[in-house]
Design a protein around this ligand. Structure first.
Ligand code: PLP
Length: 337
């Protein structure tokens, strides 16, 4: 029986015994009263790490993004974002429902926005136009292939946004992967952004949890929006404990996921598969029939997602080791014909 290798997503990880111990030991209180010490610790820690005044613990990356959009726009405004951005593809149209905004998509290079194209996308004030109010940047870019928007490009993008009178949001669900990939601190990426979303439940391996980070004033507003959306949790420290553990112990190890993605990519390339070299923990393989290949791989014990008819996504994470990478390459070899 071959090893089962689940490469569908980095959200599939189960908490390690050490993380479970941290959850078990977490001091708890009612967070809606602001009295959960572990949540308070997490919020302070993530704000400091990202160089902002305050943070807010939320259940998911989707809620983090939606709160960020709601706190920075008015109904009728326009949000500019890259064509593959998560709030456009995967948030159930929430920006329209929760914030009443329209989305203007700008194509990027593997998910990375060009500041000049963003400048061009901001239309001059005119009675016909929805006023552009927010630029949202995803780093790393999931549909782009886990690609990194470099620190300098982040700075250029936020400068363009601010010059045009827009606020800037960073969807940093996988910002940790970007920081490890280029060896720059998270605060270098976040410096120009007014509001940032991050996730602890992707590469960092926590079972649940994301955060919104920004100025104290913005986070005060965000706390009310979180309550409105039903995201106020009570003894949430049992979850935040996992996230604190993840911040303390699981950022550096993302380098292993990146190394394994590289090994996997090299193996697939040698077998003749076509894929761009991974910058972080994702590989998108271009194939004629991705659902068919995913199904064949499934029979070989390897799980992957067909994100489009001709694109198969593979993601390395905490629960994938070197032996599983070797097993995955071998399985690709068997299904090649
Ligand atoms: C870039 C990005 N942003 C936001 C999210 C949403 O996170 P969640 O699944 O926790 O709602 C995801 C989920 O994979 C993501 O890839």
């Amino acid at each position: 029986m071959p090893l089962t290798v689940d490469l569908r997503s980095d959200t599939l990880t189960r908490p390690t015994p050490e993380m479970r111990a941290a959850m078990f030991a977490a001091e708890l209180g009612d967070d809606v009263f602001g009295e959960d010490p572990t949540v308070n610790l997490l919020e302070a820690k993530v704000a400091a790490l990202l160089g902002k005044e305050a943070g807010l613990f939320v259940p998911s990356g989707t809620m983090a993004n939606q709160i960020a959009i709601r706190c920075t726009t008015q109904p009728g405004d326009e949000v500019i974002l890259e064509s593959g951005a998560h709030p456009f593809h995967y948030e159930a149209g929430g920006a329209a429902v929760i914030s009443g905004v329209t989305l203007r998509l700008v194509p990027g290079n593997r998910g990375v926005l060009d500041p000049d194209m963003v400048r061009d996308a901001v239309r001059p004030p005119n009675v016909h136009h929805a006023p552009a109010r927010l630029l949202s940047v995803e780093n790393t870019a999931n549909r782009g292939g886990g690609t990194v928007t470099p620190v300098a490009t982040c700075a250029a993008l936020t400068e363009v946004a601010h010059q045009a009178g827009l606020l800037a949001h960073l969807d940093g669900a996988r910002l940790w992967n970007a920081t490890v990939a280029v060896g720059a601190p998270p605060s270098a990426f976040t410096a120009g952004f007014d509001v940032v979303s991050v996730c602890f439940s992707k590469g960092l391996g926590a079972p649940v949890g994301s955060a919104v980070v920004g100025s104290a004033r913005l986070i005060e507003h965000a706390r009310r929006v979180r309550k409105m959306l039903g995201g106020g949790m009570r003894q949430a420290g049992v979850l935040a404990g996992a996230c604190v553990y993840a911040l303390d112990h699981h950022i550096g190890r993302l380098a292993e996921d990146h190394r394994r993605a590289r090994t996997l990519w090299e193996g697939l390339t040698e077998l003749g598969f076509s894929a761009s070299a991974p910058e972080t923990n994702m590989i998108y393989v271009e194939v004629p029939d991705a659902p068919k290949l995913a199904s064949r791989l499934g029979q070989e014990g390897v799980r992957a997602i067909a994100l489009a008819w001709a694109r198969l996504r593979l993601v390395t994470h905490l629960d994938v080791d070197d032996a599983q990478i070797a097993a995955a390459i071998a399985a690709f070899g068997r299904v090649r014909g």
